[in-house]
Design a protein around this ligand. Structure first.
Ligand code: 5GP
Length: 193
């Protein structure tokens, strides 16, 4: 009996090119500018939102104050999220857009909306580069959605696996099992092109 050659590792699947994403982000910039003619406070959730936020704010044609916060990742079982970096600005009475890399289960955004609402903003909306609605555990209002994807693990444009791939342009679906076995499995595919 001859043994079959090992199946080739599937490469990352292109979900959106850098150009497609840029067009979507420009459109979101227009919508946010139209909604907040007097300006807006844009809050990025570190670190995944950084690339999206930097692109988005350059498409805003209204004054924008930019700030960041960071949370511990939600760990199944622990049931809790904690702020590890708080805002510098007071959002009381301000129009606020919370900028997320991806809304997956919705647990992080839902926790953040509750936390930020307690500070009395005039309004609070959510902009997400990627929406993975199929995985939602808690309903959250995502006012400004970039790209909707099915239930795939997404990397690129700020989204990482173990710190890798954030600076890859565009969005890719990758196999989380292959990444867990070798976090660098897609380095050659995504950087040497
Ligand atoms: P949640 O499940 O609370 O909606 O998502 C929490 C965080 O998990 C996201 O902000 C993001 O950092 C991370 N996450 C969720 N889905 C993905 C994904 O497909 N790819 C990557 N790289 N991170 C994800």
């Amino acid at each position: 009996m001859t043994s079959e050659p090992a199946a080739a590792q599937p490469g990352p699947e292109l979900l959106a090119t850098a150009e497609e994403l840029a067009a979507v982000v420009a459109g979101l910039g227009d919508r946010i500018s139209a909604r907040y003619p007097d300006g807006v406070v844009v809050i990025g959730v570190l670190k995944g939102s950084v690339i999206f936020l930097a692109d988005l704010v350059r498409h805003l044609r209204v004054p924008a104050v930019i700030d960041f916060l960071a949370v511990t990742p939600y760990l199944a079982g622990s049931g809790r999220i904690r702020l590890v970096k708080d805002l510098d600005v007071d959002i009381g009475g301000r129009d606020v857009v919370l900028v997320e890399d991806i809304v997956d289960t919705g647990l992080t955004v839902s926790w953040l909306l509750a936390e930020l609402s307690r500070r009395g903003p005039a309004s609070l909306a959510v902009a997400a580069m990627v929406d993975k609605a199929a995985r939602r555990l808690v309903p959250v209002p995502v006012d400004f959605v970039g790209i909707s994807v099915p239930d795939v693990f997404v990397i690129g444009s700020g989204l990482d696996f173990a710190g890798r791939y954030r600076n890859v342009e565009g969005l890719f679906g990758a196999d989380p099992v292959a990444l867990a076995a070798d976090p660098d499995v897609h380095v050659a595919d995504l950087y040497d092109r």
